[in-house]
Ligand binder design. Structure first.
Ligand code: FES
Length: 112
């Protein structure tokens, strides 16, 4: 049996290119949230709150009022803070100095 062996060079220089094509559907970045022992990795969806995006993407977060008053949905934004709109007045009132430490109210923080 005549077997043609493949090498890295033959894959690159042969008639067919076996190099992976660029996938343009890969999201540019993710948002990572931490809430106590819960961790969420989100694909950014414009105009959604962090809470809605998290739940819609099948992940868990603790929350209660959804009105920005109880504070139960407070999350630490580990990555992707630049993808969020600036805090609204409810977040500013509830979190105060925690905003500068990367915390947000998931029910109020919206994705750009
Ligand atoms: S769920 Fe109460 S402040 Fe967000």
């Amino acid at each position: 049996m005549n077997r043609k062996s493949l090498t890295v060079g033959s894959l690159i220089n042969g008639k067919k290119q076996f190099l992976p094509s660029k996938n343009t559907n890969v999201p540019q970045s993710k948002i990572h949230l931490q809430q106590n022992r819960l961790h969420a990795e989100l694909t950014p969806v414009s105009h959604q709150t962090l809470l809605d995006a998290t739940l819609d993407q099948g992940q868990l977060l603790d929350y209660a009022c959804r009105k920005g008053t109880c504070g139960r949905c407070t999350v630490e934004v580990i990555t992707g803070a630049s993808l969020l709109h600036t805090p609204n007045k409810k977040e500013q009132k509830k979190l105060q100095h925690l905003l500068t430490e990367g915390y947000r109210l998931a029910c109020q923080a919206t994705i750009r």
